[in-house]
Design a protein around this ligand. Structure first.
Ligand SMILES: C[S@@+](CC[C@H](N)C(=O)[O-])C[C@H]1O[C@@H](n2cnc3c(N)ncnc32)[C@H](O)[C@@H]1O
Length: 278
């Protein structure tokens, strides 16, 4: 074995060891992190100048992370909420990988739907109680004065309730605003909306932001009118729609009546949002 091969093996062993390092999260669980993958990418920017090999390795690392993100993303769009909950229970570190990739994708969007929803909440009363279904890093809760229940599959923050959002611990008729910001991911998304209907007070708001391509019938996406019709049949009235953004659609509904569980609602299929390799 040449000196060069020995050196390369040593570096690979070191990196594997770093990736396996475990950290304690705020909820007390011990989990494997991918932190070293991210930090080492920035740490090595300086060494890239002197060592072209590390620039190549960083590219490979980024590619690996991107691939991992796309795999988790596809899983979330093609399974039910309870399957997604089990998936992350088995390996909570995947949640961090997903969110690192998601943030990277979102950094290319000219406008964030979360910002529009945050502005909407700020323009209304701070006394409104909000439930953020699929809250991610709970940025919404941190950005407004309102009481916000943040709900997601994994809780990396004590304020986030970890559960499948089709079955939350929220009390019936206790919420003024239910938010779904790019979070209607599971194939049983109608159950997420039924849960929102249960927890919302009468005349409570349902705000939905979803990826535009999921609603493009010319490429296999859902007809947005059928989506609105199904939600109205669930017991909401559509107050307004905003299709002006290039990347996402916004829907604003109000709860109007009790859910008739016997009613057969025809839900359109929402195609998965699969991200391209960059
Ligand atoms: C695309 S991210 C959006 C995060 C955040 N709303 C934002 O706009 O930045 C979707 C989030 O929904 C969560 N999610 C998907 N299905 C869920 C379910 N069944 N129950 C709870 N959270 C879910 C995912 O874990 C993820 O954090």
């Amino acid at each position: 074995m040449t000196e060069e091969q020995r050196w390369s093996r040593k570096r690979k062993r070191g990196r594997r060891h770093k990736q396996k390092k475990t950290l304690s999260s705020p909820d007390g669980a011990t989990r494997t992190t991918t932190k070293s993958l991210h930090t080492s990418a920035s740490d090595s920017a300086a060494s890239n100048k002197s060592n072209p090999k590390s620039s190549f390795l960083d590219k490979m690392k980024a590619r690996l992370l991107g691939g991992h993100f796309r795999m988790i993303n596809e899983k979330l769009y093609t399974c039910t909420g309870d399957e997604a909950l089990e998936y992350f229970k088995e390996d909570p570190a995947l949640f961090n990988v997903y969110h690192a990739g998601y943030q990277e994708q979102m950094s290319h969007w000219p406008e964030q739907p979360n910002d529009i929803i945050i502005k909407w909440i700020k323009d209304h009363s701070p006394s409104l109680v909000v439930a953020d279904f699929g809250s991610g890093d709970a940025r919404l809760a941190r950005s407004v004065k309102n009481k916000v229940f943040s709900i997601d599959l994994v809780s990396n923050d004590p304020s986030v309730i970890a559960c499948d959002m089709s079955n939350t611990p929220l009390e019936t008729s206790s919420i003024d605003v239910a938010v779904f910001c790019l979070s209607l991911m599971g194939i049983n998304f109608p159950n997420f909306l039924k849960e929102a209907h249960r927890v919302l007070k009468s005349h409570g708001w349902l705000l939905i932001a979803e990826v535009k391509s999921r609603f493009d019938p010319s490429t296999g996406g859902a007809d947005p009118n059928k989506f609105v019709k199904a939600i109205c049949e669930l017991g909401f009235s559509c107050q307004s729609k905003d299709f002006s953004n290039k990347m996402f659609l916004l829907f604003y509904f109000k709860k109007k009546e009790k859910l008739d569980s016997k009613k057969q609602i025809e839900w359109p299929e929402l195609k998965p949002c699969l991200y391209k390799r960059r």
